[in-house]
Design a protein around this ligand. Sequence first.
Ligand SMILES: Cc1cc2nc3c(=O)[nH]c(=O)nc-3n(C[C@H](O)[C@H](O)[C@H](O)COP(=O)(O)OP(=O)(O)OC[C@H]3O[C@@H](n4cnc5c(N)ncnc54)[C@H](O)[C@@H]3O)c2cc1C
Length: 529
Amino acid sequence: MTRPEMLNRLHSHQSEWDIIIVGGGATGVGVAIDAASRGYDTLLLEGSDFGKGTSSRSTKLVHGGVRYLEQGNISLVMEALKERGILRQNAPHIVSDLAFVVPNYDWWEAPFYGLGLKIYNILSGKYGFGPSKILSREETLERLPTLNPDGLRGGVIYYDGQFDDARLLINMVATAAEQGATLINYCRVTGLTKGGDGFVNGVTARDDESGAEFTATAKVVVNATGPFTDSLRRLADPSVKPMISPSQGIHLVFDRSFLPGDSAIMVPHTSDGRVMFAIPWHNHTLVGTTDTAIPEPTLDPSPLEEEIEFILTTAGQYLHKAPTRSDVLSVYTGIRPLFKAANSNNTAALSRDHTIHIDESGLLSIAGGKWTTYRNMAEDCVNHAAMLGKLPERECFTKRLNIHGFHPQAQKFGHLSFYGSDAPAIQALMREEPELAEPLTAALPYVGAEVIWAVRYEMARTVEDVLSRRTRSLFLNAKAAMEAAPKVAALMARELQYDSDWESKQIQAFQRIAMHFTLERELVGSSKA
Ligand SMILES: Cc1cc2nc3c(=O)[nH]c(=O)nc-3n(C[C@H](O)[C@H](O)[C@H](O)COP(=O)(O)OP(=O)(O)OC[C@H]3O[C@@H](n4cnc5c(N)ncnc54)[C@H](O)[C@@H]3O)c2cc1C
């Protein structure tokens, strides 16, 4: 899977594609896997890097969504719980079980959450991850030694899934390519072409690396641009009514000492009625999230000052040692592509179901939903796309399709476990050239061989691709990632045969992006959308 090979596939493709997908996040790449595995001729164009948008910025949960159960959205919870089970079965190297404890400080919480989480487990049916249980105060503190013990009565434990979002996405891109799809990053769609009947029949796009413009035609064009759905729709018809209400959520990342055990904390009701998680992830502690309406989506969003304060304050109420700003190793911001409700300003209340919408221009847009449900969303989308594009009817079989890297015992590869069946090849690179076995920075486990691997086989084109989404350095520790940038640039330049000018431009570009992940900068002041 290399970018030149993908460009070659694109340029040697003379005929019309069956499906062109715009957007290389979880939704678009999921659609590409589904379409290609049904045998449809599939092209996916991503304007930046795969996963640059929301899909690398989630809470990293493969879950049914306990909150949606509280809202009474049983069908969404059941669908997500089923997809959670399918995803763990098809990508066990990236999806694992995680114990969550709901700490109880009031007398009514144990029976209330105990019953709710029992129902949650029952709804998962044969896809269950383990029964929930009420814990004593001692058992709760044993699992969560850093929990605030003042007034603690006990807890309720339940099980959900956890994953590495960007790593799963990169493996999904490989899966789609193996099924015959052509997927290209850094190719922005700049226009939509129309046939004599006035319907969208293709795209114009720009290869950001060469600057070359090209057109490609298709029987159906799928808009999977997440928060940017309305911008693409406007390329076909500037008068369309917006359908997305963008809402951002942030996470703060701390070191492991804030949550040293193997269990996560789930707070079902924060002071403003939201859900908050503290989760062990890649040997760090991840705390989030928020839900703040924003006027316009951007590719490099920044946290708002009040979001940071809210998370620090809430974490401080539940953790024995309250984290402070100076403990924050990284902060990241993601934008939810939520569907607009006619009369609601409260984005937390907006639907998390996915929606498929076909404009009068014939452009099919799919947005909303969750990472967890990407497979089901893709199945639904391709069914609609096949009808719209009059493609031959073909059955979907992604329920039983392993994701690239599938390995049932990947834990034995240590920090390389997330590569699954690719891990031995990375280990071989480390043996061949022992310098590549050295960490890129002392604070994180990532090594030089992962940079080489990312460039050779995972279409990494920039220092940011490597430090943000092939490894998760920037998400775990922004300062350490900035320190690693020169080494990564040098390794990439060697592999791609670029000069020192490229290296220094890459380092500067990365530092600019990394500023969105630290608190040491001017913060945007207000959330008033
Ligand atoms: C804070 C937060 C936490 C979340 N946590 C979870 C969780 O724990 N579990 C879960 O299941 N779900 C979670 N979600 C939801 C999940 O992350 C999203 O539903 C999902 O990632 C959306 O993916 P997407 O592909 O639709 O959008 P995106 O990932 O944003 O992808 C859209 C892509 O389109 C590209 N694009 C835009 N315009 C163009 C163009 N003109 N040409 C080419 N490409 C273009 C962008 O570059 C981008 O890469 C969370 C969401 C947020 C915001």
